[in-house]
Structures are given as C-alpha cells and as structure tokens.
Design a protein around this ligand. Structure first.
Ligand code: UDP
Length: 358
C-alpha cells in the first residue's frame, strides 16, 4: 500500500511510522519540516521524507504527484495545542483550515482516499454543561456519538474555539466533497492520545505551554507545582498511543468498512478529571523513581486567564461512544490508565533524566 503521510514527524506520525514500517507491504512518502521523532526511519528504503510542510507553494507540485500515485493520504499536519488556540488564533485557523484546503482539493481531484485527523473538539462542549447540575447522569446529554451528537461551541470572543471551528469546517469540506463528488474519506476524532514523544518539556526542548501530560511531567521534573486550571474539574478520557495507532492501521486495512465514516478513537474506561490525573501522575512518578516524596508533589489551583490568557474556555467532558470503531474495525482499547501513564512517564523520565552525552 502506498501511503502519503502529511505531518509525519509529530507525535502521532512518529508512532504511525513505527507501526507501519514494521510491515514490508507499506511504502510511505511523508512531509514534515521536523525529523527529531522519526530519525530511526530515515534510512528505511520504504520511507521517503520531504523536509517541508506539505502545503508550502514549492512543495505542492511534489505533493500533487505523490497524491496522484498513492492509495491513501493520511493528513496529520495541524496546530493542535490548546495554548495556541486563543493566543495565535490566525495561525490556528490557517493551519487547520486554509492550509488543509489544497490537500483536500487534490484528493478530490484524483479521488484519492483521504484519512483526515480531526479532533474531539469538533463536538465542543456537551449539552449537559449548559443544563442544571446533575444532568451528567444522562449519557444522552454528554456522550459523544459520531453521527448524532450536535456540535456546540462557545462565542466568538472565546477564541479557544478557533481550533474546533477550523477542524469542523475541514470535516464539512471533506464531507461535502464526498457527498457531491464521491471523494472517499475517513475522519478520525482522537480523544486524548497519551504516549512517549507526545510533547516537549518547556525550557528543555521547547518553549511555551504544551498539553497537560507534558505540563505535569515538567512540574515533576523541575520540582515546580502542578497547576490545575480552574480547579482541574474538566474530564478527559485517555487512550494509549499504541492502541490508537492500531486503530489507524485497522482503518487503512479495512477500506470497505472504514471509508466514508467518522470514528471516535478513545477509551471510555479511562475517564479522569484533570485533578485526578495530576494525583495519578504524581503517584506514578513516585513508583517510577522509587522516591515516595513525589506522592505529595505540590498541586496548585490557577485560573484559565492566568494560565492560557483571555479567551480560553474548556471542553467540559469528552466521553466517546466507540461502538462504531468496535463494530467496523474490531477495535477495542484495553490498556488501563495506570498502564498508559506508567509507560509514558517512564519514557519521559528516561529521556529527560538521562545523563547528557559528553
Ligand atoms: N490543564 C491543567 N494544567 C496544565 C495543563 C492543562 O489543568 O498544566 C488542563 C486544561 O485546562 C484542560 C486539560 O488539562 O482542562 C487538558 O488539556 P490539554 O492541554 O491536554 O488539551 P485538551 O485535552 O484540552 O485538548
């Protein structure tokens, strides 16, 4: 299978390459300006890396050739860090909508199967979050179903929703191409994939505010307190990157059932509040290091304005219905939160506490 992967050098892309390149039947052509996470594959004759963003004008001729020649295009290129949504809204809208536009058009032109990485944020907030307390008792009001759940976002001034809105428009563009012109597509909505290489650690190998896993890891590594935005009451479900990549592979290997579908990929059994996640991570780190003092690592509460700046608004809860992935892909995530955290944090620990080479 000839696969084009746009944004192949990021967290998901690097794990997808690890998985697919173990199998001789995949021939992969990828685009990414960054190769830090995929150096292990650069010598593989079944993988070609173009070191640029795919939609750079000078890259588009080659991208068009690759799309014409391939069986499937996987688009992972995105800005997908919440700290950017309200602080760099123009970059977020450009990267997640306008820069994807030419790729969608090329897939439509050549009728190539487009596997598009979207986001659980296209659901926005749950119905329950707008109703009186207690309505979370009814799954009809919070469970996220690909083909039924309405997509509800906060007002324009809350620029947190630039990402969700851009991604949703991209989904609608793809769906419209499918509906009017027969573009084969699959949309994947990831729900909090966790694993090694997810994000940088601020001041060590990147700047700014990464996603919550790396924020909490950074706090544990530096001795600073973990910060709970608005008390850490938002809920997330956490799924292993290895199981998530297995789901993507099942999508690629079952076109007859996975095409023209939207899939939630997440693990409903691993739901935590962010406050619970902070506590679970400090306890896990105490086990990894053998240092019981981490069990009491300081945790402080902060506000969204102080942490992210004005215009942040949170997704209250992300509880996926994954019955479609189970039915059509035979995919059932099994790794517990404890297992996911242990493996992920061990890898971060090994990477960031290893003695520097001379
Ligand atoms: N969060 C937090 N402390 C941090 C970083 C994030 O409390 O140091 C919260 C954030 O407000 C959100 C959740 O953790 O409720 C998950 O944030 P993440 O950046 O991982 O992305 P999201 O799941 O919202 O896409």
């Amino acid at each position: 299978m000839r696969v084009v992967i746009l944004g192949c050098g990021g967290f998901v892309g690097s794990h997808l390459l690890d998985n697919l390149l173990r199998d001789e039947s995949y021939l992969i052509e990828g685009w990414d300006p960054e190769d830090r996470k995929i150096r292990q594959h650069l010598d593989n004759p079944r993988f070609t890396l173009h070191r640029s963003i795919a939609n750079a004008p000078e890259a588009l001729v080659e991208v068009e050739r690759a799309i014409r020649e391939c069986d499937v295009v996987v688009n992972l290129a995105a800005i997908c860090n919440p700290a950017d949504y309200n602080t760099r809204p123009l970059s977020v809208i450009r990267a997640n909508l306008f820069e994807v536009y030419p790729i969608v058009e090329l897939c439509a032109k050549y009728k190539r199967w487009l596997v598009s990485f979207s986001t659980s944020e296209t659901y926005g907030r749950t119905i329950a979050s707008y109703l009186p307390a207690g309505t979370y008792d009814d799954p009809e009001l919070y469970e996220l179903r690909e083909d039924e759940t309405p997509l509800i976002m906060g007002p324009i001034r809350n620029q947190r929703w630039t990402y969700a809105c851009a991604k949703q428009m991209t989904e609608r563009l793809i769906y419209a191409h499918h509906d009017e012109e027969g573009l084969p597509f699959t949309i994947i909505r990831p729900l909090n994939f966790f694993g090694p290489r997810m994000d940088y650690i601020p001041t060590r190998d990147g700047d700014g505010v990464p996603r919550v896993l790396a924020c909490f890891m950074a706090a544990l590594l530096s001795g600073e307190p973990m910060q709970l935005v608005d008390g850490g009451q938002a809920r997330r479900t956490i799924v292993s990157i290895y199981e998530a990549v297995d789901a993507i592979r099942r999508v690629l290997e079952r076109p007859e059932t996975s095409q023209n579908q939207i899939f939630n990929i997440g693990n409903p059994n691993n739901e935590v509040t962010i406050a619970e996640l902070a506590d679970a991570m400090r306890r896990t780190y105490a086990r990894i290091t053998g240092d019981a003092r981490y069990n009491d690592h300081p945790i402080v509460v902060t506000t969204a304005d102080a942490f992210y700046g004005a215009g942040y608004e949170d997704c209250d809860r992300r509880m996926p219905d994954i019955s479609k992935a189970e039915r059509l892909l035979g995919w059932v995530p099994r790794m517990s939160l404890a297992e996911v955290l242990y493996g992920t944090m061990q890898s971060y620990h090994d990477t960031y506490t290893a003695p520097k080479a001379a």
